[in-house]
Design a protein around this ligand. Sequence first.
Ligand code: HEM
Length: 482
Amino acid sequence: MTTVTPQTVPTAPGGVPVLGHLPALLHDPLGFLGSLARVGDAVEISLGPRRMTVVTSPALVHTLLTALSHDCPRGTVQGALREAFGDGLLMSEGALHRERRRAVQPAFTAERVAALAGVVGEAARERIERWSPGRAVDVAGEMTALALDVVARALFGVRLAEGPAAAFRRALPDLVRGQIARSLCPHPLFARLPLPLNRRFDAAVRVLDAVVDRTVGGPDGPDGRDRPYGRDRPDGRDGAPAGPLRDAVDPATGRRLDRAALRSEAVSLFGAGTETVSSTLTWLFHELMGAPEVYARLLGELEEAYGDGLTGAASGEPGAGWPGEAPPYLRAVLREVLRLHAPNAFLTRTAAAGVRLGPYAVPAGTELLYSLTALHRDPARYPDPLRFDPDRWADGEGAGDRRLFLPFGAGRHKCVGEGFAWMELAVIAATVLLRWRLAPLPGARAREVVWTTVQARDVVMTVAPRAVRVPGPPGASAGGAP
Ligand code: HEM
């Protein structure tokens, strides 16, 4: 048997004195990280005095997240949130994480997800009914508001008042900006410097904390100004939220999660389940504007699946009776959006012990960085990677190794909300597309802003009703064209 000598991770070219690769990373984060795939499957970069190993191959990222997950726990990106919010599923590791995962995961079974689809459809319809024909719609703002509303209503049975919901939306960018800054400068002193960035991050943490208090009931109990929502709102005696987390049981004690645990899980679900979904939907509508033939084909499929969208429940509303998956072309379209715009631009792990990552020897203490966004734009795997082409998934799962499509991660930290997210994306997309005809606002130019997540900015559209609903006997058709 021959043993292969492990290789040393190669160093990226182009570092400048003192700052190393920091200027290149800040100038064009995704371009820079993507370019490293040409250097090696893992590449060392320096950010000032700090060295990080960027993992550029999907196969090695998969290995890191699965086979090496024990030796390579979470790194500084989640560490920044942990300091601010404590131990939730999104922030924790080890035994605590395992217990929390066992407590929260049952809230996301296929049956539970199906049961929540109606709430998602209802939230979507309510929001888009506020849009007016001919008026400009800030798509990212609307989708963030909707995604926040969905988490609050579907998972916690609460309808947030407009004030706190708007404060949350405004705070999100400050939260992710501070998160990336703290993960690039993890020294504890940095977080204490009186910089505007730090002040805004701390303020954003307070806003999110306040929203969570309204949701699960803070130290003073649920806030009466938010309207309880849904039939199964609890009586408030024990502060347990309505919705699927109500039954979450701590496997260590066999009892329902206490308020502190529920708080940290609410932070996790609001933190992980809003911007990811809203940016994916925003990019979806943006991409459809540039691909009229995809838009038309998708509408054709949706009309066939749900009726023309104009005759209400009689023709089947998206979300009513969720069959477990979206119609096939919508699935391919969503998959392609998640490939091209995978929201998690920076994730990290730290090698707690020396490990072998593919051909490379990775010493203990190494910080490992990977970008799910850059990973899915590799021209070696996706020819013409920036082209939006749902036909890449014409065979259902796409050609090749399924483990290499990783927008939801892999292994022990794989997105716990994945099934919920697919349902939510499909129900909202179908609801919007069947109701409104979208058109880009002339002169508006979408921008990609990269922090820890990739945000969609300046996606502005006008909407026109697809048709005027004509009251009439059930089954009567309505006029107008898509
Ligand atoms: C397009 C939508 C979404 C994408 C692309 C996405 C992506 C991800 C990824 C990549 C991770 C793994 C992070 C890591 O390895 O460190 C993750 C974890 C997580 N996601 Fe999602 N997510 C989405 C929607 C949601 C939703 C809707 C929820 C809940 C309502 C959610 C809740 C979570 C939680 C709690 C974790 C932490 C899981 C753990 O560590 O055990 N996500 N997500």
